[in-house]
Design a protein around this ligand. Sequence first.
Ligand code: HEC
Length: 188
Amino acid sequence: MKLRYLSLLLLAACSPGEPPVPFRPDASIQEVMASVVDPAADALWEAVSSETTANGIVEHQPRTDAEWLAVRHHAVTLAEAANLLLIEGRVVSHTNKLEDAHVPGILSAPEVQKKIEADRQLFAERAHDLQLAAREALAAIDAKQPQRLLVAGERIDAACERCHLTYWYPNAEQPKWPAPLKHAAAKP
Ligand code: HEC
């Protein structure tokens, strides 16, 4: 009886005439980047990393259950942050002062906004890329595999870059890398 009641409720919640649940986006995409996405990603990248100190190279990786759990929280945050980006009505910036605005080829906040709204599906794909990479990090963390977490970290980095290249600095000049060394150039 109880179950049936529940399914009726679910049906009612999904009926086509119902207005959608009203989200109330408060932070801008810029703020979500700075407050949620960036710190969570940084924590994941730092979780498996090496650092040169006065005493030599120190390899970081989570070791205790508590350390793995702390990293896990960041992976969950990052995976869900992807959904935060997709909430309609979230403005790109409240201040219109984007980081690196002085760099040639960087779009202004209204231009970024226009680009997102012109094709929300594409923006969703970029956000889902990030979510997939964060889920891969989560799987690595649950399996306690530092090397796999490192690879997931690279996927996360690629997902950030892919979205930024589309929406933030599509026209920015690509960095000029130094010419490859001779022996490297010989490789296929
Ligand atoms: C789905 C698209 C998308 C993904 C994925 C994404 N970003 Fe962003 N990010 C944006 C947009 C759009 C801007 C430009 C507007 C702005 O400056 O806030 C931005 C800006 C930023 C900024 C500058 C914030 C400021 O103060 O101006 C940082 C830092 C940043 N992103 C970090 C990240 C990191 C780290 C990742 C990956 C873990 C990431 N972003 C993934 C869309 C994305």
